[in-house]
Write a protein that binds this ligand. Structure first.
Ligand SMILES: NC(=O)c1ccc[n+]([C@@H]2O[C@H](COP(=O)([O-])OP(=O)(O)OC[C@H]3O[C@@H](n4cnc5c(N)ncnc54)[C@H](OP(=O)(O)O)[C@@H]3O)[C@@H](O)[C@H]2O)c1
Length: 316
């Protein structure tokens, strides 16, 4: 008897370079191991991390770039299917899976193992995976995961619960829009920094004050913050950013999203689900592409000025 090999559509990263290194192709569909679930994806997102990996934007000579290449692959990604976040439905489970069942709507993050630019992926039930509440669409779930998880990690590291005044430098990107909303939910007064075209968005997410880094070089006299989060990373800077770094209250803390590898905890996903259900958190969706448009999606994210998140959907 011959068993038919099942295939799926995936975007493959054939080498490091411009967005055109991504090619949509048919590959073998994965099957779940004992503790894994197999998810049929409805949506993923193109994140800043995906474009950093695809474009090898951290050079090999840099210690972080060197470490990344050892983990991800020296000449091309070991797993050619990039993509870290997903939303979809469980279609099969390994024989030892206990917490999920076929038919469960789920969302989550694979992290540096990637695999989410494909119609199906397998992930351990103990991985960063959560049931998706019905109030969230697949696009919304794919949009909130990356920024929500990374912002949760850094805000916890910065002891958000004890901070009354928070400044988010870069409040309009995936991590920035998430950090702003999480800080508001924790009861902090938030100042958001972004460019002119995103001032209204940042205000609408609840920032009490909004500062345009393209127009202002300094903070108002005498202001200080208990927590300053650089949500755009060290490469993106301005004169104002230097001022923000210095504007710490006594006992205040400055953190950059480039300070170490964030840990993705399922508990953070559960909290995001709850906040979405309570209507206290929303997905910020910039553009939606299909998998066939993955090169266009990467070109857009490469520009470095997306508003929140860029989502990719899969055909039924
Ligand atoms: N530590 C880690 O392992 C780790 C993991 C993931 C991400 N990161 C870092 O996190 C960064 C941000 O990720 P993300 O997904 O939130 O990025 P993103 O969504 O691409 O961020 C885009 C935002 O950055 C803002 N921006 C660009 N240049 C700026 C500047 N000079 N000053 C202030 N804002 C600026 C843009 O706002 P305007 O259009 O309003 O200018 C845009 O909204 C990544 O680039 C990476 O460095 C680190």
């Amino acid at each position: 008897m011959t068993t038919q090999i099942k295939t799926m559509k995936a975007a493959l990263c054939t080498g490091y370079g411009a967005p055109e290194v991504l090619e949509v192709s048919d590959v073998r569909r994965p099957t779940p191991k004992a503790h894994e679930v197999c998810v049929k994806l409805r949506a993923t997102a193109v994140t800043a991390s995906d474009t950093i990996v695809r474009g090898r934007k951290i050079p090999l000579w840099h210690p972080v770039g060197f470490m990344m290449s050892l983990v991800i692959g020296i000449t091309k990604p070991r797993n050619p299917i990039l993509g870290m976040v997903f939303s979809g439905e469980v279609v099969s489970i390994g024989e030892k899976v206990q917490s999920f069942d076929v038919g469960d709507p789920v969302y989550g993050m694979t992290g540096p193992e990637f695999g989410a630019y494909a119609e199906y992926l397998c992930i351990s039930e103990k991985g960063c995976l959560s049931k998706k509440p019905s109030c969230m669409s697949d696009e919304e779930a794919a949009a909130i995961t990356y920024g929500g998880l990374i912002a949760s990690h850094f805000l916890e590291k910065g002891a958000l619960a004890q901070r009354k005044k928070v400044l988010i430098y870069g409040a309009s990107g995936a991590i920035g829009t998430a950090a702003l909303q999480l800080a508001k939910c924790a009861g902090a007064k938030v100042t958001g920094v972004c460019s002119t075209k995103h001032l209204e968005l940042v205000r609408s997410l609840g920032a009490e004050e909004v500062i345009d880094y393209t127009k202002e070089d300094a903070l108002p006299d005498g202001v200080s913050y208990d927590l300053v989060l650089d949500a755009v990373g060290r490469k993106k800077t301005s004169t104002l950013k230097t001022q923000c770094r210095k504007a710490l209250a006594k006992g205040g803390r400055y953190l950059s999203v480039d300070d170490g590898m964030p840990i993705s905890r399922p508990a953070y996903l559960h909290k995001l689900s709850t906040l979405m259900e309570l209507g206290q958190y929303r997905a910020v969706l910039d553009r939606v592409y299909s998998l066939d448009e993955i090169v266009e999606a990467h070109k857009y994210v490469d520009k470095g000025h997306k508003k929140g998140n860029v989502v990719v959907t899969f055909a039924e």
